[in-house]
Design a protein around this ligand. Structure first.
Ligand SMILES: [Zn+2]
Length: 252
């Protein structure tokens, strides 16, 4: 069993990634980039937004309502004021379930409740209206949950590495994590690929600090990649706007 289970998980993930539940063909005539901050941390709302704002870039912040005001593993999550400020500045607030649950482990009713509760939370804390983008907590998705969540969100983001191009699965968009371990050159190879395919590159990270967590990055890393994107004249938009640009509804 010890051998079988990892094999089964690998096979399952392989199938899930390729099981397109909401395919939309790209009609973009040039590359696009989106930045996402998952969970999200106070440092991402402050330092991250200040860095991107300095380059007139807006991002998508994925909120799980239960994390508001909490400090876990020494990292401060967002405040109510962070949500209000970000949405007022034009950033997108996306849904990440209310309790940051691994949804493949949950029955359908619980998932529906998680989505409804978080939607209400976002409506109450932001001025942006109901969320239209979703990110799978832990990147965890299976075919059942991809279908279930895609019925409510036209934009669902995973964590499988790569650039979205051609027929993109809006039920599990690909993304590239920015961490302290990622080199600038690594990140640039994804920009190269996005430009070559007129694709949509979605970056995501967590905290933004001089000493980041394993899943966060330093401010200088975020600044360097954002500046590189600017130098290449690649457009940057939150997921909701990039989706409309990349694959307008009604074109397919
Ligand atoms: Zn998360």
């Amino acid at each position: 069993m010890a051998v079988w289970k990892p094999l089964r998980t690998r096979l399952s993930n392989h199938v899930v990634r390729r099981w397109i539940v909401n395919g939309r063909p790209s009609s973009a005539d040039s590359a696009l980039v989106s930045f996402c901050f998952d969970d999200f941390y106070h440092s991402a709302a402050q330092e991250g937004a200040a860095l991107l704002g300095g380059l007139a870039m807006q991002a998508t912040y994925f909120a799980a309502g239960a994390l508001m005001g909490r400090t876990l593993d020494g990292l401060e999550h967002f405040t109510r004021n962070d949500v209000a400020e970000l949405s007022a500045a034009g950033h997108e607030i996306g849904c990440h379930t209310f309790n940051h649950v691994r949804i493949p482990d949950c029955p359908a009713l619980q998932i529906e409740e998680e989505l409804a509760r978080n939607r209400t939370f976002i409506l109450e804390t932001s001025a942006a209206g109901p969320p239209t983008s979703f990110a799978y907590p832990f990147g965890a998705a299976d075919i059942r949950t991809k279908h279930l969540v895609s019925r409510q969100f036209g934009i669902c983001r995973g964590i499988d590495k790569g650039v979205n191009s051609g027929l993109a699965d809006f039920g599990q968009l690909r993304a590239v994590e920015i961490t302290e371990a990622q080199t600038f050159a690594d990140l640039c190879t994804y920009l190269d690929a996005a430009e070559a395919t007129k694709g949509w590159l979605v970056f995501f990270t967590h905290d933004v600090s001089a000493r980041p967590s394993e899943h966060g990055c330093r401010p200088d890393q975020l600044k360097a990649i954002a500046q590189e994107i600017r130098n290449r004249a690649i457009r940057v938009m939150p997921l909701c706007d990039a989706a409309a640009e990349f694959a307008p509804l009604g074109d397919s």
